[in-house]
Design a protein around this ligand. Structure first.
Ligand SMILES: C[S@@+](CC[C@H](N)C(=O)[O-])C[C@H]1O[C@@H](n2cnc3c(N)ncnc32)[C@H](O)[C@@H]1O
Length: 304
């Protein structure tokens, strides 16, 4: 398969763990270049089914022509509604490979990459209302500060926010170059790329509501995946991984364990293994974008 669009991370490890029933129904909530989806299909019999989601129109000409495959061009935040409406529930497993694809960051017209000039956009779904331009030009000081502090853990978030606020007065910031010039006095001279990546990541998370979508997916997975079914999530930054870890360890997003009146745990998934799996050195050497990946696998409990 040609991986120019996106080189799938932990491909074998994730899909081999996911597909335990070749006649089963599986969901890939992040189709991207289709690497994981196509490998899932290769493991299914004629009876098996795969439903894949992606919000990005650019994936449309990569969809497999396969009677076992259904594509839903939508935010996976609404997975429960779509799977219920399509009568796909309960499913045997769900895979999520979070964040953006290499394609999205390798093209110059989407606004995800700071190495190109282009529109200050960053929308995964080109029809979505909220873009990076709105966040930078129309959000309040408190909102912008919160985004840089929480989603980017930016050390000089306060100075950065004040700088944006003072430059944007009577002057709309609409391009990547314009934005980079605006914040140049805050960008460290020795490590500009690292800093800009953190700033761009923070804005992108807000624009696409990435944490909200993940939270809803985690909460809904309990009612969607059948007993002994598998939930596999690959995340690329600590905020996402913390949510997944908490959910697998406790059944809620804050990681607080609960037990029933007999002292049994009420968590819907058991982490298996109980820690994150990371790519091998060989994979990271072949695919630099794999370096921050953490994969967690949850098995749906029998009891809850
Ligand atoms: C890391 S890539 C997936 C790559 C894919 N596993 C492959 O092998 O090519 C993530 C993809 O998920 C999509 N995506 C991210 N968040 C989404 C959401 N909330 N709803 C739908 N699609 C989403 C992005 O548009 C992107 O195409």
């Amino acid at each position: 398969m040609n991986y120019e669009y996106h080189n799938p991370v932990l491909l074998k490890e994730s899909v081999d763990a996911l597909v335990t029933n070749p006649d089963g129904t599986y969901v890939d909530v992040t189709f991207g270049g289709g690497g994981h989806s196509k490998y899932i299909l290769s493991k299914l019999t004629a009876k098996g089914r795969l439903i894949s989601f992606d919000r990005d129109q650019d994936v449309l000409d990569r969809l497999p022509n396969d009677p076992r495959f259904t594509f839903i061009q939508h935010n996976f935040q609404f997975i429960k509604q779509f799977l219920t409406y399509g009568e796909f529930v309960p499913v045997d497993g769900i895979l999520g490979d979070l964040g953006i694809s290499s394609h999205q960051i390798d093209v110059d017209n989407r606004g995800f990459a700071h190495r190109f000039d282009g529109p200050l956009d960053m929308r995964m779904d080109a029809n979505a209302k909220l873009s990076a331009q709105t966040v930078i030009n129309d959000y309040s000081e408190e909102q912008i500060l919160h985004i840089f502090n929480t989603y980017g853990e930016i050390k000089n978030a306060f100075k950065l926010t004040k700088t944006i606020l003072s430059h944007r007065k009577g002057n709309r910031i609409t391009t990547i170059e314009g934005f980079k010039n605006t914040i140049s006095e805050c960008t460290p001279k020795d490590t500009p790329a690292k800093y800009l990546s953190q700033v761009f990541q923070a804005i992108r998370i807000e624009v696409n509501g990435e944490l909200k979508a993940l939270e809803q997916l985690l909460i809904d997975s309990e009612s969607l995946i059948k007993e002994n079914g598998t939930f596999v999530i690959l995340s690329y930054h600590s905020l996402e991984d913390r949510l997944v870890k908490n959910y697998f360890q406790s059944g809620n997003l804050v990681g607080k364990k609960h037990t029933d009146m007999y002292g049994w745990s009420t968590q819907p998934f058991v982490g298996k293994p109980n820690k994150a799996i990371v790519p091998t050195e060989e994979e990271v050497n072949n695919n630099k974008r794999a370096r921050s990946a953490k994969m967690r696998i949850g098995i749906r409990n029998k009891w809850n």
